[in-house]
Ligand binder design. Structure first.
Ligand code: IMP
Length: 430
């Protein structure tokens, strides 16, 4: 049985939640492996509409084990609220396990994320302000607090005392903000630990057992390959690795165990936050892609921000596929293009007189790249009722086929609307 990583192959918001929800039903274990509550997806199923930020999408089936892996940074308050909301609506969280190795987002992370962003002024990244970057920075500088620490009074007090002294100096002296009380913070996080104790565990044996028993495992990506801290449009990136290597690292699964990497690509491109976006469009073209007022509207699940929109960028998608070993692609929101007379795909960049096939590393250079477009005919009929690939109009089939050819991966799934039935499965992934 395969272990599948389903990852975003653009700048996040590719509609992963929608596909994960479908695939999760076939998995026996679903794990989140990177990011934190900067992610967010909306799941619509027979129980209603749910917004999940931390809890994996397998949660709606009581038989599925759901894991928040060591590579995730966890805001305990957000997690407790999510658990409470799910339970209140009849969803069992008995099989939810949070790695004791996962790092905790502390109040100073959230404060610093917002204060640092403010201080960046014109150079702001457009972070979600959830404390993600500072939490990952502390993890790397080995001053983080982990979920296991919330269960040990002495360890928590000791670590917090050391860390808070430094953070309070930073908050008060550099940012003129109020210091945090050691006493209050300690008691608050100890209480979170107490309330989450039944979920905090060593997830390695749980994941390993599933793999040894050959059960289907789904690694649920958050954000997207172009927000990767190593390979993305740095510094306009997130602070963890959202791709396939990150899936192995953040869940604790060896790369040789991964059987497939599914890259999710929107049929066009969107981005929230700042940073270069070569195929971005504005005005009426953007309004068409944004679909405001529909269940597909391009508004962020976590922040409510309007997403920037543009044409499909095959240069970036191919790069994401190569970096992550994407062998299968899932194309989402094809129906958003239904009314367009012609559709553009960016097949290369022009920089001065040079033709580029790969994105340059430096933002200032990427911003000077002009997209080279290929124009394909639109189909101008609704694709929303298509249930098989052959049901799609010929021009839509040709558009999808061209994307696969440019990206260099086979087609796995196509979605033509927000419901489960509107996902066309071209290959059976589990
Ligand atoms: P951070 O992850 O909050 O530090 O934000 C860094 C950048 O990543 C910003 O441009 C965010 O808008 C973007 N970002 C973070 N999480 C997501 C996501 O789930 N979807 C889309 N963009 C995201």
């Amino acid at each position: 049985m395969p272990v599948i990583a389903l990852i975003g192959a653009q700048w996040g918001d590719e509609g992963k939640g929608h596909l994960v929800d479908l695939l999760a039903g076939k998995a026996r274990l679903v794990a989140r492996y990177s990011g934190g509550n900067n992610a967010g997806h909306t799941v619509v199923n027979h129980l209603g509409t749910f917004k999940l930020h931390l809890i994996p999408s397998g949660i709606f089936d009581p038989a599925i084990v759901n894991v928040i892996g060591p590579g995730v940074v966890v805001n305990p308050e957000v997690l407790l609220n999510e658990i409470r909301d799910l339970q209140a609506r009849g969803v069992s969280t008995a099989k939810l396990f949070v790695s004791e190795r996962a790092h905790v987002i502390m109040p100073y992370h959230i404060m610093l994320d917002q204060l640092q962003e403010e201080a960046r002024g014109e150079g702001r990244i457009g972070t979600t302000g959830r404390g993600i970057g500072p939490a990952f920075a502390d993890k790397m500088s080995r001053t983080g607090i982990r979920m296991a620490d919330l269960l040990h009074e002495e360890t928590l007090l000791h670590r917090l005392r050391v860390v808070l002294e430094e953070k309070n100096r930073l908050l008060t002296r550099i940012y003129n903000a109020k210091p945090l009380s050691l006493h209050d913070t300690y008691l608050r996080y100890l209480e979170y630990g107490r309330r989450l104790a039944e979920h905090i565990s060593d997830v390695h044996p749980i994941i390993n057992r599933a793999i040894e028993k050959d059960l289907p495992v789904l690694l649920e990506g958050a954000q997207g390959a172009l927000l990767d801290v190593d390979h993305g449009t740095y510094p306009y990136v997130t602070s963890s690795p959202p791709g396939a290597a990150g899936a192995c690292q953040g869940a604790g699964i060896g790369p040789t165990r991964l059987n497939a990497v599914v890259g999710v690509l929107k049929a066009y491109t969107t981005r929230v936050g700042e940073g270069p976006f070569p195929t971005e469009v504005h005005g009426a073209e953007a309004d068409e892609l944004r679909q405001i007022g529909t269940p597909w509207a391009e508004v962020g699940t976590t922040t409510g921000r309007l997403r920037r929109v543009g044409w499909f960028d095959a240069v970036l998608a191919r790069y994401a596929a190569q970096i992550n070993g994407i062998d299968t692609i899932a194309i989402t929101k094809l129906d958003v293009l239904d009314n367009l007379p012609t559709i553009k795909i960016c097949v290369g960049y022009r920089l001065n007189e040079t033709h580029l096939e790969y994105p340059p590393a430096t933002v200032a250079v990427l911003e000077r790249c002009e997209p080279i477009y290929e124009e394909l005919p639109g189909w101008r009929v609704s694709t929303r009722d298509a249930r098989h690939f052959q049901d799609l109009p010929e021009a839509a089939q040709a558009y999808v086929a061209r994307i696969c050819q440019l990206v260099g991966a086979r087609l796995g799934l196509v979605s033509v609307g927000p419901s489960r039935e509107q996902v066309i499965q071209v290959v059976d992934l589990f």
